[in-house]
Design a protein around this ligand. Sequence first.
Ligand code: ASP
Length: 374
Amino acid sequence: MKPKILLIYTGGTIGMIKNPITKALQAFDFEKLLLHIPELHQLECDITSISYEHPIDSSNMNVSHWKELGDIIHARYDDYNGFVILHGSDTMAYTGSALSFMFEHLTKPIIFTGSQLPIGDLRTDAKENLITAIQLAAQHEAGVPIIKEVCIYFEYQLYRANRTVKVNADHFEAFASPNYPPLAVSGVHLNIDKSLLWQHGYDEFAAAQEEQNKRPHHSAERQNAQVANVNDTVDQWRMNYRPELVKEVVVLKLFPGITREIVAAICSIGGLRGIVLETFGSGNAPSEPWFIDIMQETLGRGVYIVNVTQCRGGAVDMGKYETSVKLKEIGMVSGKDITTEAALTKMMYLLKYTNTLSDFKTYFEDSLRGELTV
Ligand code: ASP
């Protein structure tokens, strides 16, 4: 049986053409997009494609679009072996991160790709990106998809989506994954490094499922002892779809000279539930009393604050420098080596699905989908 892949076109440069009057790139008909890649018919998989009725530039993506995309995948989850999403690169890291949290216990790949040049352009990077993304989504062993997580494929590299950042507006190599190596590299061969893939709990699940299948061969006594355990493991591993996110969050990037008025104004936005605080280096911030006071008062009002570093790579380590000791003392959550994109979407997710700061902190500082290093 050939793997069945669902290709979803949301918009982005890959399917854009130049408006003859304004000269600006704008989305066009997806059917025409497929006409440009007859190679797709040669792939060893069955591809079904669907398109947003009104494809969008990814700068227009919002939380409702993420849910719409999640709903499309969720409704068809059992019908396909893998999903490939065509998406603008500008906010791909955010959408990829958001979907990684929405889908727990994925057993299939969701691979985002796009391009820097439209598919109709002579020098386009779209064809390789699209063809290889589909090939990666179709990789399986004994009928089981090899990749079971949300990824981004761009310019010969497959990344864990919630580890990525867009780093270049011009180069074909538009993405980086500063704190986690690429999961696969495409050269003459497609090299997937299986040791890097997100398999969290999957092996126990697969073993339990196998045990369930073997059950009739076991003695009644042995069965009784094992059945409960095995059933529990299998049940716990069902794919969970949790698409509701809390939007009342903000990213506050510190800079030398930031004033008390600015920080106070942002922290007192009505209805605010969470702040991703982009600090310096390994999680450092001004130690001036006014800054610590505002942070403490904000936390006291029940607004959660996560400390992430503005550095491209490396991790927050509160307490390493004097300038972060107080942040730890007042109860700020450590984002460790998470990206801002993943921190923001993880915060939106956990604000919805946890009830106390202590639960939020426990889950945030743990790796839920491989988004940070514990
Ligand atoms: N502005 C485009 C978008 O993000 C860029 C791209 O497709 O790469 O939709």
